[in-house]
Design a protein around this ligand. Sequence first.
Ligand code: ADP
Ligand code: ZN
Length: 214
Amino acid sequence: MYIIFLGAPGAGKGTQAAEVARKLKLVHIASGDLFRQALEQGTELGIKAKSYMERGVLVPNQITIEMVLERISAPDSKRGAILDGFPRNLEQAEALDKALSREDKAIDKVVYIKVSEEELLRRLSGRWVCRQCQTPCHATDSPPRVPGRCDRCGGELYQRPDDTEESIRKRLEVYSVETAPLIDYYRRAGKLLEIDGVGGVAEVAGKITAALGG
Ligand code: ADP
Ligand code: ZN
């Protein structure tokens, strides 16, 4: 079972993808998390990705595709995976289809989470993320029980350096130009599940579970 989570930055992809991965016992592969990990560890990949991420633009396809395809071919992804943040443009989507079909596999469903731009801006500017487990929370929507600490693991919360207003606007623009065309790509393939992303985490999770067939 291979499921893609598609949606603008701030749509709630990461939160919902983690939830579905837990339920279906599949690995959750988030390209942004892989890049941030590489950055933290100071690897060559991290160094290459840094300037793009800071500017809110896409890391070049060659680097990104190689990183994600390698992760998907790991033993723990053999049964399937939940992909979050990848693919983000047509070239990535085609590379993914090709790589899976070489192993007689295919993307099963694409969960597209829809949220208005105004709401995206509000969510991203109030977002705090756990340094340790990457779980996000929101300053006013879902404040942490202990200030500055992750509810799940107690790790330190921080604001991503690309969650500044300038970078957020750039990411939303990149999304609408490069990533939004994937909505049609997967709709034509008959794989798209459109989910209204407005509402609480549990409410949206319920809609996704129902759309995926319980
Ligand atoms: P968000 O969806 O909130 O923008 P992510 O954590 O998914 O954040 O991604 C953060 C950054 O990592 C992106 O702005 C981009 O620079 C880089 N990135 C993540 N996934 C991809 C991808 N599939 N292709 C290219 N760059 C990516
Ligand atoms: Zn945590």
